[in-house]
Design a binder for this molecule. Structure first.
Ligand code: PEP
Length: 252
């Protein structure tokens, strides 16, 4: 049995003050119930240390939205895995489509970042997904396969025990247009089969594969009831505690 994981990607939203506000609202709501679902929030870098302090003693885990693959050095503007560890991060989102498209991150760079996450014991949430054009040209499975093979090249399954894959069709991110549960399940099943081919059936069976792309309270239950969908990576709907909480409830 895989535990569902719901992660909130705040993107470039919330300064320190509003981060404190949102975290206290989420904590208040969560205190009302016990959840089986694992919950992660990924605030901006500038709020991580405070978030870590506020989350102490709660059942919410902390993640970052990105990092660089080097430990330290002349990489102006970048953040290293050790820096994330030092402010209490346990997870890190890598290869998000906004990083790939706006900041030209390649599969090779994402691979190096996953390598760095593994080295410093950060748990990678490895994002993959096709664009609308690729879907319309029937290239979805080719794109997904290439992203996985290149992103995970050189790893063995023992190194990837903490890996989470997030399937996020680019055309569904921030657009309000989610993949249908059937469309998402089809790709999740393909991902699990591919992981089985590359690694092993046990590893594939235990791998958490989240869906991301316009997840909201109205569609989260149908998406997460699919057999190969093990949770959600949520953008817009995680910025309000009530919608984030409804999504978590629907994962239960
Ligand atoms: C995301 O940021 O990973 C995401 C899926 O965003 P949204 O839920 O807003 O589509």
């Amino acid at each position: 049995m895989r535990t569902k994981i719901v992660a909130g990607n705040w993107k470039m939203n919330n300064d320190l003050y509003s981060s404190i506000n949102l975290i206290s609202h989420i904590k208040n709501e969560l205190n009302k119930n016990k959840f089986e679902t694992k919950i992660i929030i990924c605030p901006p870098f500038t709020s991580l240390e405070t978030a870590s302090t506020l989350l102490k003693g709660s059942s919410i885990f902390l993640g970052a939205q990105n990092m660089y693959c080097e430990e330290s050095g002349a990489f102006t503007g970048e953040i290293s895995p050790l820096m994330l560890k030092s402010v209490g991060c346990e997870y890190v989102v890598l290869g998000h489509s906004e990083r790939r498209t706006i900041f030209q991150e390649s599969n090779q760079l994402v691979n190096q970042k996953i390598r760095a996450a593994v080295k410093y014991s950060l748990k990678p949430i490895f994002c993959i997904g096709e664009t609308l054009k690729e879907r319309e040209q029937n290239k979805t499975f080719d794109v997904i396969e290439k992203q996985i093979r290149e992103g995970l090249e050189g790893f063995n399954e023992n190194e990837l025990g903490n890996l989470i894959i997030a399937y996020e069709p680019v055309w569904a991110i921030g657009t309000g247009r989610n993949a249908s549960p059937e469309q998402a399940q089809e790709v999740h099943k393909f991902i699990r089969k591919l992981i089985e081919k590359i690694f092993s059936s046990t590893f594939a069976e235990n791998l958490i594969i989240q869906y991301g792309g316009s997840v909201k309270p109205e569609n989260s239950k149908d998406l997460m009831s699919q057999p190969d969908i093990d949770g959600a990576l949520v953008g817009g709907a995680c910025l309000k505690s009530d919608s984030f909480l409804k999504i978590i409830e629907s994962a239960e």
